[in-house]
Design a protein around this ligand. Structure first.
Ligand SMILES: N[C@@H](CCC(=O)N[C@@H](CS)C(=O)NCC(=O)O)C(=O)O
Length: 337
C-alpha cells in the first residue's frame, strides 16, 4: 500500500515537472534580446535595408515584440531561414518566434508542435508570367513548367489546383527563393508561383519588372503570421496580443502621431489599450504601458502595413481583405478587457 502511494506521489512529481511551461519570456529578458526567424530576403516583408538593418512587415512584428518587452525595438537578433529550415529552427529553440511569411495550416500545428499566434497578413497563392507568353489566366498554364520554392504550401497547392482542373503541368522546385527566381528570370520555367504578396515583391527584383505580370487568379488561402512552440502559453499570448494590440490601436484611431493625446483620452477602451485602466500588460508578464511602447516605437497595424507594403511603399499592395472588419476587410482583434 505504502509502495503504491509512493509510486503515485513519484508519478505526480515527474508529471508535474514535465508539465512546467517553458519560460521563453524569461530567457528573452535574461538574454537581453529577442531572436526572430525571418526570410532570407523578401522585399517589404523581411529584407536588409539601405543601412544593412532588417526592415519589413514581418521585421516590424519582431520590433513590436521587442518594444513591448524591452521598450527598445532594436533589441532583436534576426536569423534568416529558408522555407525548409524555418520550423526546425523553432522546434530546436534556436529562435524565439518565427515571423517569416508562413502559412497557418493544420498539418504544421499538428505535426510540428508549433502554433500560429495570429494572422498578420491574409494572402493567397498566385502566378507570375512573362507578358510575352500572352497568358491571361491560370488554367492556361497547362503543360507549362512552373517554378516554386520547396518546403512551401505553394508547392502543395499547385498539385491541388492542376488536379482540380484536370490539367497537366510540370513543377521545378528550388531550395531558396533566389534560386527559384533565377530559374524563372533565366527562362527555365514559364511561370513562377508563390503567395501573391511575394510575387509583387519578387517581380520588382527582376531585370525588367514591366515585362512580367501577376495573373488575377488566386488559388489558395494563405493566412500568414508569426508562430511559436506549443509549450509556452504565456509566450504565445504575448505574440498573439501584440498583433491584436496593433489592430485594436488602428480601430481606435491611436497611432504614432497622436499617442500623447490618446494618453489623455477618457474613452474606456482607449484607456485599457494604453494601460491607463486595468492591468492587462502585467497579466501578460509585461508592463502596463506595453501597447504605448509598441505604438510609439513601431506604430499601429495600419502604419506598419502602409510603411512596408501599402500604397506609399514600393510594393503598393492595396489593403484589400487586410482592411479592418468594419472597413470591408477581415482583420479583427478581440477586445482588450
Ligand atoms: N506562405 C508559404 C510560402 C512561404 C515561402 O517561403 N515562400 C517563398 C516564395 S518565394 C519565400 O518567401 N521565400 C523567401 C526566402 O526564402 O527568403 C508557406 O508558408 O509555405
Amino acid at each position: 500500500m505504502a509502495t503504491k502511494r509512493f509510486v503515485a506521489v513519484l508519478a505526480c512529481i515527474v508529471l508535474g515537472a514535465t508539465a512546467v511551461p517553458a519560460q521563453t519570456l524569461k530567457s528573452v529578458k535574461d538574454r537581453g534580446r529577442l531572436i526572430c526567424g525571418v526570410s532570407q530576403g523578401l522585399l517589404g516583408f523581411s529584407a536588409p535595408g539601405e543601412q544593412g538593418q532588417w526592415v519589413g512587415f514581418d521585421v516590424d512584428f519582431c520590433r513590436a515584440l521587442a518594444a513591448a518587452i524591452f521598450n527598445d525595438p532594436s533589441k532583436v537578433a534576426y536569423v534568416p531561414l529558408s522555407a525548409n529550415e524555418r520550423f526546425t529552427a523553432l522546434q530546436s529553440k534556436s529562435i524565439d518566434v518565427l515571423s517569416r511569411n508562413s502559412t497557418w495550416t493544420l498539418g504544421r500545428e499538428a505535426e510540428l508542435a508549433i502554433v500560429f499566434a495570429a494572422t498578420t497578413y491574409y494572402d493567397g497563392q498566385g502566378f507570375m508570367v512573362p507578358k510575352a507568353l500572352n497568358i491571361d489566366s491560370a488554367p492556361e498554364l497547362a503543360d507549362k513548367t512552373i517554378c516554386t520554392q520547396s518546403g512551401t504550401t505553394s508547392e502543395a497547392n499547385l498539385a491541388d489546383f492542376f488536379r482540380n482542373n484536370r490539367v497537366n503541368y510540370k513543377v521545378s522546385t528550388f531550395a531558396t527563393a533566389e534560386e527559384a527566381l533565377n530559374a524563372y528570370g533565366g527562362g527555365r520555367c514559364d511561370a513562377f508561383s508563390s503567395d501573391v504578396s511575394q510575387l509583387h515583391a519578387l517581380r520588382l527584383t527582376l531585370r525588367a519588372p514591366a515585362d512580367h505580370v501577376v495573373l488575377p487568379d488566386v488559388i489558395s488561402k494563405e493566412p500568414l503570421g508569426p508562430c511559436v512552440r506549443q509549450d509556452d502559453p504565456q509566450w504565445q499570448n504575448i505574440v498573439k496580443w501584440t498583433h491584436f494590440a496593433m489592430v485594436n490601436a488602428e480601430e481606435l484611431g491611436v497611432n504614432r502621431g497622436n499617442i500623447d493625446d490618446a494618453m489623455k483620452s477618457q474613452r474606456p477602451d482607449i484607456r485599457r489599450l494604453l494601460g491607463l485602466e486595468g492591468n492587462y500588460g502585467e497579466q501578460l508578464g509585461l508592463t502596463g504601458d506595453w501597447v504605448v511602447r509598441i505604438i510609439r516605437q513601431v506604430g499601429n497595424y495600419d502604419e506598419v502595413y502602409e510603411r512596408n507594403v501599402g500604397a506609399a511603399s514600393k510594393l503598393a499592395i492595396p489593403r484589400g481583405i487586410n482592411s479592418l472588419w468594419d472597413r470591408g476587410g477581415i482583420q479583427y482583434a478581440p477586445p482588450i478587457r
